[in-house]
Write a protein that binds this ligand. Sequence first.
Ligand code: NAD
Ligand code: UDP
Length: 324
Amino acid sequence: MSAIKRILVTGGAGFLGSHLCERLVAAGHDVICLDNFFTSQKSNVSHLLGKPNFELIRHDITVPILLEVDEIYNLACPAAPGHYQYNPIKTMKTSVLGAIHVLGMAKRCRAKVLQASTSEVYGDPQVHPQPESYRGSVNPIGPRACYDEGKRAAETLFMDYHRSNGINIRIVRIFNTYGPRMHPYDGRVISNFIRQAIQGEDITIFGDGKQTRSFCYRDDLIDGFIRMMNGPDDFCGPVNLGNPGEFTIRELAEIVIELTGSKAKLVARPLPADDPTQRRPDIALATSRLGWQPTIALREGLQMTIDWFRSIDITEYRPPTPNY
Ligand code: NAD
Ligand code: UDP
């Protein structure tokens, strides 16, 4: 086994964070999971609570905290549009103050720190697919700006701490990622469609359903996180992590209906403001520098996600906000 490290995962009880904690605990590291449980719940990590190398802290990352660590994965931030728009000022504070607090901790502890950024930094992209060199097309005053601009400002802070203070940083830009343990009420398209399909509710297509997204299975993504953290120090990113397969939202709905055998029907709902029309990662950089590429195709990943949704008791999940 490689050297044992003390690793902080902010947002560690969330969908991606809980899987990352699981992987790091299994590798023998001492893992601290920090979360305020805004969009998650303790059950995501309850199976880790008895492990001697896992610790759970309820804390809000907008407030500084004193911890001694070797590595930090900064994931704390609501990720679904309905939830990050619920309290947009808090969302911006979480990205900006959260970045300042983890960077300050990294500076004090000489720790390495990875930022979970997003394809949303490209906004509604005019370049397709999106390479890291594309600077994006974000509306700075729209309803998605609290998230998009918050994540952009966090990238700026990471680069400035790196240039000014020599902090060892990593930035990953995550494209839509899905899988078991997504919150059934997070309002994102895959969790909505699967929940609606298995409960026999109408499947809500926003707009004409011709907008596209690229969906990455969570195990591929977590593998990319770990490769990036352990990759060469001269490669701090930003690097795109996502699956280049591109699907319209209508195609996605049809695949979910087919795989669930649901009789649910598609219904149109208004397209939310500033909803990107297309999105697909260019992953050439991740492939050449990290030897990374996704391995799990959409149908395979969806089947595993559907099986998980069928295995849970959805009534045990509390909607984080009314927006799902
Ligand atoms: P998630 O909502 O399941 O996880 C986010 C976690 O952060 C939750 O556990 C939430 O309670 C916690 N959190 C929110 N605000 C906090 C605060 N102020 N202090 C402490 N904890 C806080 O979402 P996820 O999909 O697991 O996303 C994890 C990270 O990856 C986020 O930063 C998100 O922006 C980023 N990301 C995810 C995707 C995706 O498709 N899943 C895409 C792009 C970026
Ligand atoms: N979407 C949809 N129906 C839903 C939820 C989402 O048609 O019930 C659409 C949404 O408008 C967007 C796409 O699916 O075009 C992906 O939405 P999601 O919220 O998952 O992520 P993001 O827009 O941040 O990529």
